[in-house]
Design a protein around this ligand. Structure first.
Ligand code: PXG
Length: 290
């Protein structure tokens, strides 16, 4: 395995960054998780654009252009000779000292790891996930914009622990007002009376790349869709529910807090969206090997 750090490639054993890196000391940095399928990177431009937006929002100069970063990412996949897998792109504030001040970090650290991915077990795609509501709330806009895909994932990690301890596949996170934001690493959608719903960005949802792909598929299929503020009630009483994320793709959810959603099996619209999503991942995206 060859890992990119600041323009050079290292074997896994030697791929190390400083203990003075502010990504480690303060979670000061941003990241992306990107999938590639059948020799094509899915929605690469959108992921790169979101990374640059996240960096801009935290005053982080990546030190590379979008084009240069894209080329480095493709080169990392090629060097590892992969056609299907996952890329983790991490940009930290870089090496500094023990003080909080980012002015002491002269240069960002850029890490690119291309690897295989472990998915949810196949039966979850067939039978659906069980979800619980987490006591841990989504970070509020006033603390750190939930739009920023930052290295501060501690509240998501704590929510994930809650889900795991409850034996659930995913955890639902509400915002401070009690409206549904998203899950710990996935966006959430419902279907009711043939219409598609997902919480708005203002409720604390990440602008997921898979979420926007589902918007496009729904439009193509003529399924009406909207982004109202949502509560747990809307999920309890939905006909169908599913989650979206780069790792999970589109995965049915059939239970929330012991209430069965719909008839307790993945619904027909969910299944159609999953099928079309698979077509898109297999046939579109940035070609890796020219
Ligand atoms: N919300 C949050 C908080 C996320 O971290 C998504 C939604 C879905 O966005 P995309 O663009 O991937 O459709 C994410 C995705 C994991 C994992 O292991 C997921 C994410 C990051 C790190 C790990 O499931 N982000």
């Amino acid at each position: 395995m060859k890992i990119y750090i600041d323009g050079k490639f290292y074997d896994k054993e030697n791929a190390k960054i400083s203990v003075f890196d502010h990504g480690l000391l303060y979670g000061d940095g941003v990241f992306e998780g990107i999938r590639f399928y059948n020799g094509r990177v899915f929605r690469l431009e959108e992921h790169i654009a979101r990374l640059f937006d996240s960096a801009k929002a935290i005053c982080l100069d990546i030190g590379l252009s979008a084009g240069e970063l894209t080329e480095a990412l493709l080169q990392t996949i090629r060097l590892n000779d992969l056609r299907d897998g996952y890329v983790r792109l991490v940009v930290t504030r870089g090496d500094g000292d023990l003080g909080l001040n980012p002015a002491n970090c002269p240069r960002a650290t850029v890490v690119i790891i291309a690897s295989k991915i472990t998915l949810y077990p196949a039966d979850k795609y067939e039978n659906g996930l069980h979800v619980i509501t987490c006591a841990t709330r989504r970070i509020p806009h006033g603390a750190l914009s939930p739009m920023v895909k930052s290295l501060n994932y501690l509240n998501n990690v704590l929510a994930k622990i809650e889900a795991q301890q409850a034996g659930a596949g995913e955890g639902l996170m509400l915002n401070e007002q009690g409206y549904v934001a998203e899950c710990t690493g996935d966006n959430i959608f419902t279907v009711k009376n043939g219409r598609l719903f997902t919480p708005p960005i203002s409720s604390g949802a990440l602008a997921g790349v898979t979420r926007s792909a589902v918007f496009e598929i729904a439009a193509e299929m003529g399924i009406p869709m909207s982004e109202p503020e949502m509560t747990r009630y809307d999920i309890f009483t939905a006909d169908e529910c599913f989650l979206t994320g780069t790792a999970a793709e589109v995965i049915p959810a059939v239970q929330l807090d012991s209430r069965t959603i719909g008839n307790g099996t993945p619904g027909p619209i969910t299944k159609r969206l999953i099928a079309r999503f698979h077509e898109l991942t297999a046939t579109t995206g940035t070609v890796i090997y020219q």
